[in-house]
Design a protein around this ligand. Structure first.
Ligand SMILES: Nc1ncnc2c1ncn2[C@@H]1O[C@H](COP(=O)(O)OP(=O)(O)O)[C@@H](O)[C@H]1O
Ligand SMILES: [Mg+2]
Length: 242
């Protein structure tokens, strides 16, 4: 199997002797969208932080494009390993303009290439073009998520980790943000691992899902199968799926 990202029996946590991730394993293939679902506190954000390198693995291996990156800190993963990370909150600089936010995202991009990349991202997401020199604080919730996404895309990552990109958005705006996520997969072939609370909507745009429980995988599979599995619906998705 040719995984773009692979997590092998990873154990991690914040406090000594307390593990939050309990030997979790999963993978994503090139250009796949994989969603991570599960109740509050089960370790979804912790897993993304561990993959990104904000948190050290206690054991297990994080593979990125065939390379063991378990001990690589986050700035090196962004600079040299093709990883992008959009945290759940505080993912843009509201005091700066949209353009300045994108420049910050391109910190490791050679100066002469930054404006070209900003133009590409403005073509992908026209809302950025319209607001390029406005303060990011003037953007709506959905626009901010698209800016956060674009900021992470500045260095052309091969893998993007998204923590609850639809948090706090109305259903209409959620679809705009999910469209933006699908678009970048289609146009740039980025592999996406996305944590979501809106399980059904997330599974509609994802190829596969992992449902986590207590820092390990409780269930996984192709979304089109999970969405129509009566037991999954009853246990995890709150009943009917139309
Ligand atoms: N910075 C932290 N320090 C200590 N414990 C934390 C920290 N962040 C999260 N935790 C704990 O780790 C567990 C998993 O949290 P998290 O990964 O944020 O869950 P999820 O994203 O699935 O809601 C929870 O018990 C939470 O209290
Ligand atoms: Mg979380």
């Amino acid at each position: 199997m040719n995984a773009m990202i692979k997590i092998d029996e990873v154990v991690a946590g914040y406090i000594k002797d307390v593990d939050i991730l309990n030997g979790i394993s999963l993978y994503a293939e090139p250009a796949e969208i994989v969603c991570l679902l599960g109740p509050n506190g089960c370790g979804k954000s912790t897993l993304l932080k561990t993959i990104a390198g904000y948190l050290c693995t206690r054991s297990g291996i994080v593979w990125l494009n065939g390379k063991d990156v378990s001990g690589v800190p986050v700035h090196d993963k962004v600079r040299s390993c093709g990883l992008g990370f959009v945290p759940q909150t505080d993912n843009i600089f509201t005091a700066m303009s949209v353009y300045e936010n994108l420049l910050m995202g391109g910190y490791y991009v050679p100066v002469r290439e930054r404006d070209k990349r900003i133009s590409q991202l403005c073509a992908l997401y026209p809302v950025l073009e319209r607001k390029l020199h406005a303060p990011a604080a003037s953007m709506s919730g959905g626009e901010r998520q698209i800016l956060a996404l674009a900021r992470a895309l500045m260095p052309n990552p091969r893998v993007l980790l998204l923590d609850e990109p639809s948090a706090g958005l109305s259903p209409k705006v959620l679809h705009e943000v999910f469209d933006a996520i699908m678009q970048v997969r289609e146009q740039e072939g980025v592999t996406i691992i996305m944590v979501e609370q809106n399980a059904i909507e997330a599974m509609r745009i994802s190829d596969r899902a992992y449902i986590l429980s207590l820092g390990t995988v409780a269930l996984s599979g192709q979304c089109r199968e999970l969405l129509h599995d009566a037991k999954v619906r009853e246990l995890y998705l709150g009943g009917r799926v139309d």
